[in-house]
Design a protein around this ligand. Structure first.
Ligand code: FNR
Length: 187
């Protein structure tokens, strides 16, 4: 049975390093036999969360929510802002996490693989721990394995590929693990 993965970065920036990183992971997941859709949060019209807007869910929120509910797994690359998750990502997660009558919570039982990259030496590890806590709290199965890439300005070549081969192969392994974990859960 085909597995379906949605991949996205927690950044709206056109030249986002996290978008570049998640794209590489998405290609590896495709290679590992999964259906993969890379989405850009900037393409969804997601307002700042306000409970008052919930009586009429914004269309962009509904579109993202439907995609995530329909997927078996997620590849998420998050920037680290002030030692934590980006506001953009948290806002999107808060919207999508809201339950509707007779619908499964969108993140429950979703298998999630996490990545981050930042110009600093730690690559966003502090923020990624917060991202992990949030997904666990929403009922997702988050893989223990994760990818953290420091020195992002040096880490990627012109075509957006990781220059370090061992890091590139770790990204491949993470994506393979995501696909195989989803397959096992589906069997
Ligand atoms: C940052 N940046 C950053 N980097 C880091 O390693 N640790 C941090 O705590 C922060 N904090 C931080 C706060 C704010 C408000 C900004 C705008 C930036 C730098 C950040 O990692 C860098 O801009 C990345 O390139 C952002 O990710 P994208 O957009 O390239 O995916």
């Amino acid at each position: 049975k085909a597995t379906k993965i949605i991949a996205f970065a927690g950044s709206l920036r056109k030249d986002s390093f996290n978008a570049v990183l998640v794209k590489q992971a998405a290609e590896a997941a495709l290679y590992a036999g999964s259906e993969v859709e890379v989405v850009n949060l900037a393409d969804f019209d997601i307002p700042l969360f306000n409970e008052e807007l919930e009586s009429n869910t914004p269309e962009g929120v509904q579109q993202l929510k439907d995609k995530i509910r329909d997927a078996d797994g997620l590849l998420v690359a998050s920037p680290e802002y002030n030692g934590s998750i980006s506001g953009v990502l948290k806002n999107a997660l808060d919207w999508v996490s809201r339950t509707e009558p007779d619908q499964k919570p969108a993140f429950r039982d979703t298998t999630v693989a996490l990545l981050s990259t930042s110009p600093g030496g730690l690559g966003g590890i502090r923020g990624l721990n917060h991202v992990r806590d949030i997904f666990v709290g929403m009922g997702s199965l988050v893989l223990s394995n994760q990818i953290v890439v420091g020195s992002s300005y040096q880490a990627f070549d012109q075509s957006g590929k990781l220059t370090d081969e061992s890091m590139a192969s770790r990204v491949e392994q993470l994506s393979q693990e995501l696909v195989s974990t989803i397959q096992k859960l589906k069997d």
